[in-house]
Write a protein that binds this ligand. Structure first.
Ligand code: UDX
Ligand code: UDX
Length: 468
């Protein structure tokens, strides 16, 4: 099939590359000339596993890059819209990019097209997109607007795209549903997965994935409800972690105990410094806003946001508890990205915590395996940047872990201890077992678990009449 993907950001670029790998002819459209030039020259603008491979495989053949949206529409039968939908001041999604793309699309509609929302958009967007396209002169019989939300996570975007739990297609016409079913046919009939050169199957994948066909509005809602639910799961466990801290329970044990209930599940139950990224914060607010606009006061989501914000403050308080005063202290920070496996720092809780600790007068040396360049654009010279975790730790008063990179869970602890001025680790991602790291000579603070001290005795434990 001939497919146009408008917007070559995280979602559009991955979708375009994966559609090409499924065998379609893809035109990736973007209005950012610099980005287009970089893509044409073989650069890969984001850190995403398998993406360089797919772009290399299809660039210039099944994958073309263009800034001419109307022409791309003319040459394609399906147009996926994947431009950004940033939040406005009041938390609603800013749909002006979607609107301007819809206007331009109308100019290229000469035969039947399916216009598909791939960006996360509030319910009713499809109605508006349809109205805008009609207002700009397109024939109502020559197009349908559909919603095909994307559930990919950054860092594992390519495998999430090709091995999804399900494909959701929201259409209000049979014709559009058939076109979208054809787009994904090689996934739903399983033929992609047996092909030589297919991206390797991850552990949990269910193949072939089911195709769920819903109304357009339901599909729009599925995306918002899905992200809001996952954010709620994280805030829930963060709240439970706070209770654990108050009563001296261990949140890891609690997670194991509740997560093994198959109705709840272990995933997205990792407590920490709260969720960040370009989706959860924005989508929870946007879902809240659209519900309110249509008469439902979704107060549960306010609590989700509040708990998430408190989680950062609680972490900063932990730093205080560990170090007493902050001014002039040298802090080593591991992790700048909003989560492991990505170079994205949008809404990163790590950056927010760093900014707070800087305001309190600390000196920070940070290391992140992928997000240093992007962080420099935001933090500039306000912090120092190290080339490794050990370099960051050198002579620091304490080490803070702010991103769940695998690399940070496998540090050489004796080397780390030698580098640090004081062997204090404050872990916002629970990457270590408190007892074993304590036994290695560290004072260790984490989330929802008692602190542990060098002799392996958890803080708070009474031994020989004294509190450890
Ligand atoms: C996507 C989705 O669009 C968003 O709704 C979802 O919640 C998260 O993922 P993302 O891919 O991260 O956003 O956006 P971004 O990286 O900002 O990429 C958007 C691209 O669209 C950019 O390359 C931008 O240049 C391009 N764009 C934007 C256009 O081509 N035309 C426009 O009018 C606006
Ligand atoms: C999310 C959704 O998972 C994805 O389906 C959607 O398409 C886009 O938004 P992403 O933002 O890439 O994906 O990251 P995700 O892996 O969901 O993590 C989001 C945030 O939650 C990160 O800051 C992460 O550190 C945090 N998180 C995640 C936790 O704090 N605990 C967890 O258990 C899981």
């Amino acid at each position: 099939m001939r497919i146009a993907v408008v917007g070559s950001g995280y979602v559009g670029l991955v979708a375009g590359a994966c559609f090409a790998d499924l065998g379609h002819e893809v035109i990736l459209v973007d209005n950012d000339q610099q980005k287009l030039t970089a893509l044409r020259n073989g650069e890969v603008p984001i850190h995403e596993k398998f993406l360089p491979e797919l772009l290399g495989r299809h660039r210039g053949t099944r994958l073309q890059f263009s800034d001419d949206l109307a022409e791309a529409v003319r040459r394609s039968s399906v147009i996926f819209v994947a431009v950004g939908t940033p939040p406005t001041e009041s938390g609603e999604a800013d749909l002006s990019y979607v609107e301007s793309v819809a206007r331009e699309i109308s100019g290229g509609i000469e035969d039947y097209k399916v216009i598909v929302e791939k960006s996360t958009v509030p319910v009713y967007t499809s109605d508006w997109v349809r109205k805008i396209i009609l207002r700009n002169g397109a024939d109502p019989d020559l197009f349908d607007v559909a919603s095909n939300p994307e559930f990919l996570r950054e860092g594992t975007a390519v495998t999430d795209f090709l091995f999804p739990d399900r494909i959701v297609v929201g259409c209000d016409s049979r014709r559009a549903a058939d076109v979208l079913a054809e787009v994904y046919a090689r996934m739903t009939d399983g033929s992609y997965y047996t092909r030589a050169g297919a991206i390797p199957q991850p552990d949990r994948a269910v193949i072939p994935p089911p195709l769920i066909v819903t109304s357009t509005k339901s599909a729009e809602l599925i995306k918002h409800a899905c992200n809001a639910f996952l954010a709620m799961k994280i805030s829930f466990i963060n709240a439970v972690a706070s209770v654990c801290e108050s009563v001296g329970a261990n949140v890891s044990q609690v997670v194991h105990g509740i997560g093994t209930d198959t109705r709840i599940g272990q995933r997205f139950l990792n407590p920490g410094i709260g969720y960040g990224g370009s989706c959860f914060p924005k989508d929870v607010m946007a879902f809240r806003a659209v519900a309110r606009e249509h008469g439902y006061d979704f107060t549960l989501l306010d609590a989700v946001v509040r708990i998430n914000e408190e989680q950062r403050q609680r972490f900063v308080r932990k730093v205080h508890n560990a170090l007493w005063t902050i001014r002039g202290k040298r802090l080593a920070v591991l992790g700048l990205a909003f989560k492991g496996g990505t170079d994205d720092i949008r809404e990163s809780p790590a950056i927010a915590i760093i900014q707070c600790l800087l305001r309190e007068g600390s000196q920070i040396t940070a290391y992140d395996p992928a997000a240093m360049d992007r962080s420099r654009e935001v933090l500039g010279d306000s912090i120092n940047y190290a080339n490794s975790a050990y370099e960051a730790a050198h002579n620091a008063d304490a080490l803070l872990i702010l991103t769940e990179w695998e690399e940070f869970a496998n540090l050489d602890l004796s080397r780390l201890r030698d580098e640090l001025k004081y062997p204090i680790v404050i872990d916002g991602r629970n990457l270590y077992d408190p007892e074993s790291i304590g036994a290695q000579g560290f004072t260790y603070y984490s989330v929802g678990r008692s602190a542990s001290h060098p002799d392996g005795v958890p803080a708070g434990v009474i031994r020989n009449g004294k509190r450890a």
